[in-house]
Design a protein around this ligand. Structure first.
Ligand SMILES: [Zn+2]
Length: 280
């Protein structure tokens, strides 16, 4: 699934191409995309409006349109937003026409991606307040903030990192990579981490996301840039999807196990597994 660096890569590519243009046409071929709203309602609200800014919050892409109308997209598992895709590009669900003759196509083989409408900044803020926590690259992500949120929580730290209501934009790839950089085992109970470990983890999350962004995101299955090019961060993974390969720090083979319900990768020498507490 595209995570923060992938969505931000698309945003940075598209922003200069769409900002200041008019969204002259919106064609919703798959009405499931904007449920519970009917496609006509979304089209009526956005078509013909000037695109003031293409923004991002967590893994959401936000079209900020004239008169404070916001179209909020989530790419989910397999969604890509392509600029002037070649004819015959499959799985198109939504077409965005610009007043300069160019177009964008939202292609999404598994059809989990969504488009939602917020009318006015208060509606937009309420939408995100209900769904998203700290924005990790905005300076809000500190060890102290994480430690406060995790106090008393026994869930594994990996589950904590994946919870979008705490930190927005981190998914399975960046959680594994950040925990490895911070030398913390994914199954450690979140509430048991020390202040120094939270500081290290906050820094590791930022560094990992920035490294992903610098590589144009990761392409494992479907993620593509707006011009159809794949990201390269998968070539730089330290542990994610590297089961059996030697850890770059200590040479111990990387192991795979399930944490927070997700396939998880770690070096159990650099990231010692928490001891199971036994009853006396
Ligand atoms: Zn290691």
């Amino acid at each position: 699934m595209p995570e923060l660096p992938e969505v931000e890569t698309i945003r940075r590519q598209l922003a200069p191409l769409v900002e200041g243009r008019v969204l002259s046409l919106l064609e919703i071929a798959d009405p499931r995309w904007c449920l519970p709203l009917a496609p006509e309602v979304v089209v009526d609200a956005v078509a013909g409006r000037r695109i003031e800014r293409l923004g991002r919050r967590g893994k959401y892409l936000v079209w900020e349109l004239a008169d404070e109308v916001f179209l909020i997209m989530h790419l989910r598992m397999t969604g890509t937003l392509l600029y002037d895709p070649p004819p015959g590009t499959p799985y198109g669900r939504v077409r965005f026409g610009l007043d300069d003759g160019h177009e964008l196509r939202f292609c999404d083989p598994r059809r989990f991606g969504t488009g939602e409408l917020a009318l006015g900044p208060a509606a937009r803020d309420a939408f995100f307040a209900a769904r998203l926590g700290l924005e990790p690259l905005d300076g809000e992500l500190t060890g102290a903030a994480l430690r406060r949120m995790a106090r008393g929580r026994r869930a594994p730290v990996k589950a904590f990192l994946l919870d979008q209501r705490r930190i927005a934009g981190v998914g399975n790839i960046y959680a594994d990579e950040a925990l490895f950089r911070a030398r913390i085992h994914p199954l450690r109970p979140a509430g048991a981490l020390t202040g120094a470990q939270w500081e290290g983890l906050a820094q590791a999350v930022r560094e990992t996301l920035l490294a992903g962004l610098a590589a144009g995101g990761a392409t494992i299955d479907d993620f593509r840039h707006a011009d159809g090019v794949a990201g390269a961060f998968q070539d730089e993974f330290l542990v994610h999807r590297r089961q059996g390969e030697p850890c770059g720090v200590c040479g111990t083979p990387v192991v795979k196990f399930v944490a927070a319900g997700r396939g998880t990768y770690a070096c159990e020498r650099c990231q010692p597994r928490p001891r199971v507490r036994r009853r006396a």
